[in-house]
Design a protein around this ligand. Structure first.
Ligand code: OGA
Ligand code: MN
Length: 279
């Protein structure tokens, strides 16, 4: 059986000695899902794969889903999108990458956001471009008791865009707009596997707390985000070509560091795994 080696940081583990072709065997898939729920981030080192192999590997975690943005669905395997976050002088850098520079969890603007996201590195810059993760269980647990009481049972509105986000998202087609009405989620969610509570924040998508005046809601969301920005909750993944990284969107946030040289390629395959309604 492969070995699970926890990181010495706030979250994350490496799965050593895994033959990726066995990922869908029930015992291996169960081990991977348990490691994901416990460590919130799993790194599976290995060689670059085809989009078909990546889709098949991702199935160990659940059902791969297609992305909202149609232009990101690649022809033969629409569940695997190829994310080019190469930094270009002419401003053609993929918008998603710029947006991903601030802390977020993926697809919280959907009523049923993705359970997990898989990234598989195909090409990486000579340095920089690491991805950072935030443990939202430890963020919740670190909040003062008074703040925990204030947010208990509260719901929040997530939208495709909010003026609270630092950067604007990619434009949507009319069809994509129709698929993304604002949604409400609890501010504190319970992890369905471990039963642990996590703060469910997303500075890129979270517009306001239901039933609060804008000023009060903004101040409280800022206070919550300030806790999440503390390095003690973070772990950074430095990419090697061929890495597979899977993170648990139910109890983490992540961000990319756009600190790599202009023009150097940064190409990832990306798969979203279908999730449940946050509770
Ligand atoms: C994502 C994302 C970060 C990165 O794929 O959702 O935020 O490091 N990616 O590319
Ligand atoms: Mn993301």
């Amino acid at each position: 059986m492969p070995e699970i080696v926890p990181s010495n940081g706030a979250l994350g583990a490496r799965i050593e000695g895994l033959d990726r072709a066995t990922a869908n065997e029930p015992a291996v898939a169960a081990m991977l899902n348990q490691a994901l729920a416990e460590h919130l981030l799993v790194v599976v080192p290995g060689a670059p794969m085809t989009v078909e192999q990546t889709r098949d590997f991702a199935r160990a975690f659940g059902k791969p889903q297609t992305q909202l943005l149609r232009y990101k669905r690649s022809g033969a395997v629409p569940e695997v999108s190829v994310m080019v976050s190469t930094l270009m002088a002419d401003g053609t850098t993929d918008k998603t990458a710029i947006r991903a520079e601030d802390w977020h969890t993926d697809d919280s603007y959907f009523a049923t956001p993705a359970k997990a996201t898989l990234l598989h590195s195909i090409e990486i810059p000579s340095h920089g471009g690491s991805t950072w993760f935030c443990n939202m269980h430890s963020v919740y647990e670190a909040l003062p008791e008074a703040t925990k009481k204030r947010i208990e049972g509260r719901r929040a509105v997530h939208g495709y865009d909010t003026p609270r986000a630092r950067n604007r998202p990619s434009p949507r087609t009319p069809e994509e707009i129709a698929e993304t009405p604002d949604v409400e989620h609890p501010l504190v969610r319970t992890h369905p596997v471990t039963g642990r509570k996590a703060l469910y924040l997303n500075p890129n998508r979270l517009d306001r707390i239901v039933g609060m005046e804008r000023a009060e809601s903004d101040a409280l969301l800022d206070e919550l985000a300030d806790e999440a920005r503390k390095p003690r909750h973070h772990f950074g993944h430095v990419w090697q070509v061929g890495d597979i990284v899977v993170w648990d969107n139910r109890a983490t946030m992540h961000r990319v560091m756009i600190d790599y040289p202009m023009g150097e390629k940064r190409i990832m395959q990306r798969v979203l795994i279908e999730g449940d309604r946050p509770v």
